[in-house]
Ligand binder design. Sequence first.
Ligand code: AMP
Ligand code: MG
Length: 421
Amino acid sequence: MIHSLPPLNEINDYDPNSLTVDKARELIQRYLTPVAEQEEIAIYDALQRVTADNILAPHNVPNHNNSAMDGYAFHSRELISPTVELKVVGNVYAGHPFTQAVASGEAVRIMTGAVIPEGVDTVIMQEHVVREGDSIRFDNKQISVGQNIRLAGEDIKQGAVAVKTGQLITPAHMGLIASLGIPTIKVYRRLKVAFFSTGDELSSVGEALKEGQIYDSNRYSLKGLLTSLPVECKDFGVVRDNPSALKQVFNEASQWADVIISSGGVSVGDADFIKTLMAELGQVVFWKIAMKPGRPLAYGKINHSHFFGLPGNPVAVMVTFYQFVQHALYLLAGQETTTHLPQVRYRLAQPIKKTPGRMEFQRGIVFKDSDNEWRVKVTGNQSSGVLSSMTQANCFIVLSQECGSLNIGDWVEVELFNGIM
Ligand code: AMP
Ligand code: MG
């Protein structure tokens, strides 16, 4: 699927200097062409992979009518008098079909999952009968014809599409495909993602800190985020604020990667070379978004790789990755359905200060208040360098560009973290 790209100056309200969050998402989407290469893999190893073909059901699931209860199976024509009495003519276990037909006046004891024998159409729970020797007695009240029977094909019909192409495989899909007896499936190859940090002040974990240095934490949060996604990733380390060193890493990474992610060096400081290099080696689509945190966020191409130049501040890295990069990676990996979770509304447990002009993603905690109502509060210091605010949060409080300060009790939109945070 190739998307033809309109020239950027023809896109409505395109301002590379400060895009709205929605516009930036829309722009990124125009550039995303999913990987094409496929491979056949065992369903046992298919978690977090993306299907490259529809998976059809070779047979009904379940493949025979079976009992949903431990009880007694009989024919509904016996339900004529207020009390029903039947003779038990056998036991039917799961995996051991009953070969005789059940005649009039007869019932069989049946276990959950056992095939419904010929001649019966209804199952009564064992708790609802009185058994004496080889006969049972029960009240003919509140029994409906066909009750407690799982019908062949009620889960999936033979020939139906059990899993669509472009589906991210979850544990439920693994079980469902196994229930069809299918051992291997076609998936897209894993997306290749290169990542690195930039900055003269960065020291790597394991080294001693020199005067004025800080530890590089962004590569670790990025590694953690990428590990939960359907991608293969490669760490290109720390790169100094030096155009030729950056250029070398860009060229090396783009030979291997479908997507390159860097952090730092995209703002307007003297040592921020990323934007210039993007223009030289590929294409700049935008570099600033009207959001907080994450105002400097570059997107474009480095050679043939997609490139996300994330901000340097550790919280901004996580927010921009979560809001833009993860969805782009799922799409590039072949997933066709949206990965955005629905937003929910909660009342604020405390006031929030905000000036209109940028969309904000404040780190929040949804919690059960003393009156048993669920409310949301912010995680203390919201500065984009304070990573502990991220570790305490279980959601983003999403405040629109136009929104100003808010009071206790106001409703706010909340995006609960998905499994990657
Ligand atoms: P920059 O965008 O390169 O100017 O970086 C913005 C801020 O983020 C500065 O305070 C940097 O020291 C900090 N920073 C940049 N990269 C990292 C990193 N990999 N780990 C931790 N902090 C970083
Ligand atoms: Mg820097």
